[in-house]
Design a protein around this ligand. Sequence first.
Ligand code: PGA
Length: 270
Amino acid sequence: MGTVTQGGSRQGRTPLIAGNWKMNLDYQQAIALVQKLDWALKDAKHDASSVEVAVFPPFTDLRSVQTLISADKIEFSLGAQDLSVHDSGAYTGEISGQFLKKLDCGYVLIGHSERRQYHDEGDDVVAAKVKAAIKHGLVPVICVGETAEDLETHGASAVPVAQLKTALTDVAAGTEVVVAYEPVWAIGSGQAATPEQAQQVCEKLRAVVAEALGADAAAATRILYGGSVAAGNIAGFMREPDVDGALVGGASLKVDDFAAIIRYQKHVGV
Ligand code: PGA
């Protein structure tokens, strides 16, 4: 599908490099990391308009990171790692999408494999969370991916395709979503998929978006690859026409590594 142009955008899609911090960094460490990352990018004269950077801190860091981003005019987008299916009420420990919106969150991760695995979140919960995000004006980053066992039994694309179809049920045509293809076997393992494997699945996921939300939405939707993304392999992924960015876990906690991933255009070689 898309073609990579000089500015790094493909068919008008701005690449998105997203850092999923998971349950790492308290609010003081979060402030230090965001400041250092901003300085590293500014030192390198990074063109902030060529790639969108988003960080997904733990809930307890969001207010501090929001304040820093707005006070220092740092061009990072902010996202949360989860949200409640409910708007408000007697749901101890849950976080409403409306609270996230109030903190200037633009994005929220939904259906990360760690939520699916450790919190038993099935496709029905994921679909309800996608609706809650959209209702509160947040762009859902819908995470899908196959386990090693799925890969062996069904091949790479069957499970993520089915997961995405369910997640997009009854979502209105033209709605903005981001999709993250994260093979579970590649997350935190140091064993990333190959760019060709990622492309094959991302192309199929774009077809699912086209069916559910229309051709224009599919052409505009960012589809990310995630799973052991590192400074040394990002360029290969970004050469693929249907891979529009990355969801980065471990490497997003290291300033130099994450800055190098964000600056992939310097070493993409296209
Ligand atoms: P990883 O995690 O980059 O550490 O593999 C990715 C993710 O879980 O989003």
